[in-house]
Design a protein around this ligand. Structure first.
Ligand code: PGA
Length: 254
């Protein structure tokens, strides 16, 4: 599970208190939890996490590493401050595919796990027969992973995030049949590129309006390996999400 704190308006102290609560909440949680705070909070969050099994993630990285990019944060800098994961290609950043690919390469070269966001613009939940949406996902994913070796892809996480579902209320979440179709489609693309056994070692997450209200429904679909949670990840709602995920006996299909 990934907590994307985006450019949260909450004060740093509240966020650090939140980590204290998260540490208690994950006692029964068997999975991996990655917290992605804004850059200036990384070190504070790292210290607060301490020796706990929570991973530190960043929300972005520079696409190049030439030592002359004012205001950029490169992959070696992330490694230096203890970052193990990094979100790339989030739709809120509106980046081109070349740039996203360069970022993924930078990250794997410096042993940071990329969390690669892909997802169609789409029209919302009505478009299960929308071949354009599948084509969009395919073009985006294939473009980014074509430079990624079989060894490196197993260091990556794919976050399927339909752009239309991001930043909405609980009702804006994807419908079950659509999520099922899209995740199996992404898994098929990975199988075609890397073969079955490698493809099944790449976690596929869902992101887009994941909330305490809809998490049990998402869990019952059983097709993803986890979630990328945005606005519901900075407060007490996230603790309820962790608790729900911890209590579900999970069989991932597909
Ligand atoms: P959201 O954001 O949960 O607020 O929709 C998801 C994301 O960060 O992509």
């Amino acid at each position: 599970m990934v907590a994307n704190w985006k450019s949260t308006k909450l004060p740093l102290n509240d966020l650090l208190d939140m980590i204290f609560e998260i540490k208690k909440a994950i006692r029964k949680y068997k999975g991996e939890l990655i917290i992605c705070p804004p850059f200036p909070y990384l070190e504070y969050v790292r210290q607060e996490i301490g020796k706990n099994r929570i991973c530190l993630g960043a929300q972005n990285v520079a696409s190049k590493d030439n030592g002359r990019q004012t205001g950029e944060v490169t992959a070696p800098i992330l490694t230096e401050v203890g970052v193990s994961h990094c979100i790339v290609g989030h739709s809120e950043r509106n980046e081109g595919r070349e740039e996203v690919t360069e970022k993924v390469i930078q990250l794997v070269q410096h042993r940071v796990h990329p969390i690669i966001c892909v997802g169609e613009k789409g029209q919302g939940n009505s478009d299960i027969k929308d071949a354009d949406a599948l084509r969009e996902i395919q073009e985006e994913l294939i473009f980014v992973i074509k430079e990624v070796s079989p060894k490196d892809i197993t260091r990556c996480i794919i976050a399927y995030e339909p752009k239309w579902a991001i930043g909405g209320s609980a009702e804006a979440v994807i419908e079950s049949d659509l999520l099922h179709q899209r995740v199996l489609f992404i898994r098929k693309l990975l199988k075609e590129r890397y073969g079955r056994s490698i493809a099944f070692n790449v976690p596929i997450l869902y992101g887009g309006s994941v909330k305490a209200e809809n998490i049990s429904k998402l869990e019952s679909i059983g097709v993803t390996n986890g979630y990328l949670v945005g606005s519901a990840s900075v407060d007490e709602e996230f603790l309820r999400i962790i608790s729900e995920v911890s209590s579900t006996k999970k069989i991932t299909k597909g």
